[in-house]
Design a protein around this ligand. Structure first.
Ligand SMILES: NC(=O)c1ccc[n+]([C@@H]2O[C@H](COP(=O)([O-])OP(=O)(O)OC[C@H]3O[C@@H](n4cnc5c(N)ncnc54)[C@H](OP(=O)(O)O)[C@@H]3O)[C@@H](O)[C@H]2O)c1
Length: 289
C-alpha cells in the first residue's frame, strides 16, 4: 500500500509502536505556552474531539492543569487511564538525584498515577551529566513511575552516546523540531536506522509559513485542505508523531479532523520536503557540546 493509502486510514486512534512495544498516538495536542484555564479548556476540547495524547513538560508549568483536565475527562466518560497518553519532560539537567526528584514532582503534579513518556528536554550539560540523568530516567522506568523514556532535541552525537552507554534502554523517541521548513534529515535518518520514533514539535512552524506558495499550491490540490492540514499530514506521512498546539477550539478540532481520510501524493511529499530552510522557531540545542 502507498503511504497515501495508509494515510487515508488515519484517525485519532492511529498509533505507532515504540521499540519497547508501547503504543503511542500519532497525533497529540501540544501545550507549550498554554496556561491555567486556557490550557484546561484546550486539553478538554482535544480529548472530546478524540485526541488520545497530550505533550506537556515541567518547563511548561501546566502538568497539574493537564492532569486535572485528563482526570475529569476520564471520570466523566468512564474512560480507562490507559487510553490516554501523557508526556512530560525534565526541565533542568542537574544530577541523578535531582532527576529522580523531578520525576516524582511531575508525577505528583499531573496526578495520573504514572507518566506514559518521560523525555529529557534537551541535551545540555555534557556527556557525564547526560549519562547520569538518563540513568535516573531508566531507574524511574524500572520503578514503574514512567512507562516510556526518551529524549528531545538530541543530535546524532548525543544519541550515539546514549546508545553506546545504555544498549538495553535505547531512547524510544527523539522529539525535535520537524516540519517541511526544518526537515533535519540527518537526525531523522539516524533515528530511523536505530528504531527511534521521531516526534515532530512545532509541526506548523508556529503558523509562520502558511503563505508559502508551494504549500498553498499543494493544499489547493486536496479539497477543503489548507496549509495547516498539509503541514500536519506531511509529518504524519513521514511517520512522525505530530504535536500541533492550539488553544482555539475550532483549530484543535480541525487539526485532528483535517488529518483524517486523505493522504498526500508522493509528488507533493517530495515538493514539501524540498522546502527545508532549517527554520528554527525557538531553539536548536541538537549540536550542543
Ligand atoms: N521539545 C521541545 O523543545 C519543544 C519545543 C517546542 C514545542 N514543543 C512541543 O510541540 C508543540 C507544538 O509546537 P509549537 O507550540 O511550538 O508550535 P506549532 O504547533 O507549530 O504552532 C502553534 C501555533 O499555531 C497556531 N495554530 C494552530 N493550529 C492552527 C491552524 N489550524 N490554523 C492557524 N493557526 C494555527 C496556534 O495558535 P492558537 O494556539 O492561538 O490557536 C499557535 O500560535 C508544543 O506545544 C510542545 O508541546 C516541544
Amino acid at each position: 500500500m502507498s503511504s497515501k493509502e495508509v494515510q487515508k486510514a488515519f484517525t485519532a486512534n492511529t498509533c505507532l509502536t515504540l521499540s519497547n512495544g508501547q503504543k503511542i498516538p500519532q497525533i497529540q495536542l501540544g501545550v507549550w505556552e498554554s496556561y491555567d484555564e486556557e490550557c484546561y479548556n484546550a486539553v478538554k476540547w482535544a480529548l472530546e474531539a478524540g485526541y488520545r495524547g497530550i505533550d506537556s513538560a515541567e518547563w511548561y508549568e501546566n502538568e497539574a492543569i493537564c492532569g486535572r483536565a485528563i482526570n475529569e475527562y476520564l471520570t466523566a466518560t468512564s474512560t480507562p487511564r490507559s487510553s490516554i497518553f501523557f508526556t512530560t519532560k525534565l526541565r533542568n539537567n542537574v544530577s541523578y538525584s535531582e532527576t529522580r526528584s523531578a520525576i516524582k514532582r511531575s508525577l505528583k503534579e499531573c496526578n495520573l498515577g504514572y507518566i506514559d513518556l518521560y523525555l529529557i528536554h534537551a541535551p545540555y550539560g555534557g556527556p557525564m551529566i547526560r549519562e547520569e540523568i538518563y540513568r535516573a530516567v531508566v531507574d524511574a522506568v524500572k520503578d514503574g513511575e514512567v512507562k516510556g523514556w526518551g529524549v528531545s532535541n538530541y543530535g546524532i552525537r548525543h544519541l550515539q552516546e546514549i546508545l553506546d552507554k545504555f544498549p538495553d534502554y535505547p531512547p524510544l523517541v527523539n522529539q525535535i523540531e520537524l516540519n517541511p521548513f526544518n526537515t533535519q534529515s540527518h537526525i531523522v535518518e539516524f533515528c530511523r536506522q536505530h528504531n527511534i520514533v521521531l516526534q515532530a514539535y512545532t509541526p506548523l512552524a508556529k503558523s509562520g509559513r502558511f503563505e508559502n506558495e508551494v504549500l498553498k499550491e499543494a493544499a489547493g490540490r486536496y479539497e477543503g485542505k489548507g496549509s495547516a492540514e498539509v503541514m500536519i499530514k506531511w509529518g504524519l506521512q513521514e511517520g512522525f508523531v505530530s504535536l500541533p498546539k492550539s488553544v482555539t477550539k475550532s483549530r484543535i478540532v480541525g487539526n485532528l479532523k483535517g488529518s483524517e481520510g486523505w493522504g498526500l501524493e508522493e509528488e507533493d511529499m517530495a515538493k514539501l520536503g524540498g522546502l527545508d530552510e532549517h527554520l528554527v522557531t525557538e531553539w536548536d540545542p541538537t549540536d550542543c557540546p
